[in-house]
Design a protein around this ligand. Structure first.
Ligand SMILES: NC(=O)c1ccc[n+]([C@@H]2O[C@H](COP(=O)([O-])OP(=O)(O)OC[C@H]3O[C@@H](n4cnc5c(N)ncnc54)[C@H](O)[C@@H]3O)[C@@H](O)[C@H]2O)c1
Ligand SMILES: [Zn+2]
Ligand SMILES: [Zn+2]
Length: 361
């Protein structure tokens, strides 16, 4: 029997989101229905509403979520009803070329639920990132559910499902930050500040946070930045070099994703250092760099998708660090809101007033 629950949909490009009744089918083979406890508001949800991802309206928004498995379909063995889970948007297939080579974090064939959730009139919904968790219940592929310690606060745990994992992973997985490294992070929203927190976890001894807003730099100090640079006042490249004895940082993370910030990251790193691009550029953006500098400065220019995470490896580990008080996930939860408040939360996000607003259900 399918169920009717409340969910937040985006019906048309640019139109305000709506809370409405949605229909969630029973889980089929390899699927699970999850009762959502908390779901963070991410820029990607707004991109969907604005038509920036694709035109497959109506969208069921929300994807940074934690919940409890309510029911599972046939052939599901890895989770059972009652499990506390964080939802992920890269359920690895186990069979593709990347998976077979032991690099499932690059899986080329990640999957979502086969069946669709719908509106009451039968219109199929497109769930954001294959999740759709601004809803009392959602249908996902079982592999999108990663079991975690049930004592962790759902509001904090759910954030690992997207932006916070992307930032932490950009530092520790993609950037390979280790003890004694100097790290600079350009752009300290939720993702950049998570990179700051990740760099601290990994033992970086100098962590330089760069942003255009003092509020963001203040948060960055809380997450472990040892130095901050206001890019409205100082040139970030010169400032980062000055703070690293003239050399540049070992790892520079661009959590904005503009040609300008990428170029700053490129020149603010030490010889043979690493640039990590985690901010997402738009299609028209172009980069121009002297190829001789790409050669002569050596090192690595990397991009980070979802922090190169492996949910089954990284989510439980980070939740353990959180419950031990070593990773301040609560610090990313600027406010908790109701399921009817997503549209207003988009406004606060655009004005830079929050790291994350989290819907509690
Ligand atoms: N790679 C991934 O898998 C992944 C996952 C989630 C989000 N993201 C991307 O990460 C980026 C950051 O996301 P967020 O949620 O932190 O966004 P956000 O808007 O909260 O943060 C961006 C920050 O960058 C700052 N900024 C803007 N221009 C700047 C400049 N020129 N110099 C210095 N700072 C500048 C802003 O003041 C803001 O604090 C976005 O592009 C988002 O799409 C990537
Ligand atoms: Zn695969
Ligand atoms: Zn997201």
């Amino acid at each position: 029997m399918s169920q009717q629950v409340q969910g937040v949909i985006s019906r048309a490009k640019g139109a305000p989101v709506e809370l409405t009744t949605i229909v969630v089918p029973d889980p089929g083979p390899g699927e699970a229905v999850v009762r959502v406890l908390a779901c963070g508001v991410c820029h990607t949800d707004l991109h969907y509403r604005e038509g920036g991802i694709n035109d497959e309206y109506p969208f069921l928004l929300g994807h940074e979520a934690a919940g409890i498995v309510e029911s599972v379909g046939p052939n599901v063995t890895e989770i059972v009803p009652g499990d506390h889970v964080v939802l992920n948007w890269r359920a690895v297939c186990g069979h593709c070329r990347a998976c077979r080579r032991g690099r499932p974090q690059y899986c080329f064939d990640t999957h979502n639920a086969e069946q669709s959730m719908t509106l009451e009139d039968g219109t199929e919904l497109t769930p954001a990132l294959g999740i759709g968790a601004f809803a009392e219940k959602t249908l996902v592929a079982a592999g999108q559910c990663t079991k975690v310690d049930p004592t962790a606060s759902p509001a904090a745990a759910g954030l690992l499902g997207c932006g916070i994992m992307a930032g932490i992973g950009a530092a520790i997985n993609t950037g390979g930050v280790t003890r004694g490294d100097s790290v600079a992070v350009i752009g300290c929203g939720g993702v950049g500040n998570a990179a700051v927190a990740g760099a601290r976890l990994a033992g970086a001894n100098r962590i330089i946070a760069v942003d255009l807003e003092e509020r963001k730099l203040e948060w960055a100090r809380g997450f472990g930045a040892t130095h901050t640079v206001d890019a409205r006042v100082s040139d970030p490249v010169e400032a980062i070099r000055d703070l690293t004895d003239g050399f540049g940082a070992d790892v520079v993370i661009d959590a904005v994703g503009l040609p300008k910030t990428y170029e700053q990251a490129f020149y603010a790193r030490d010889l043979a250092g690493t640039v990590v691009l985690v901010g997402v550029p738009t299609p028209e953006m172009r980069l121009e760099l002297p190829l001789l500098d790409v050669f002569g400065r050596g090192g690595a220019l990397k991009s980070s998708w979802y922090g190169d995470c492996l949910p089954s490896r990284d989510f439980p580990m980070l939740i353990d660090l959180y419950t031990q008080g070593r990773l301040d996930l609560d610090g990313f939860v600027t406010e908790t809101i109701g399921i009817g408040d997503v549209e207003e939360a988009f406004g606060r996000m655009e004005r830079g007033e929050v790291l994350r607003s989290v819907v509690l259900l």
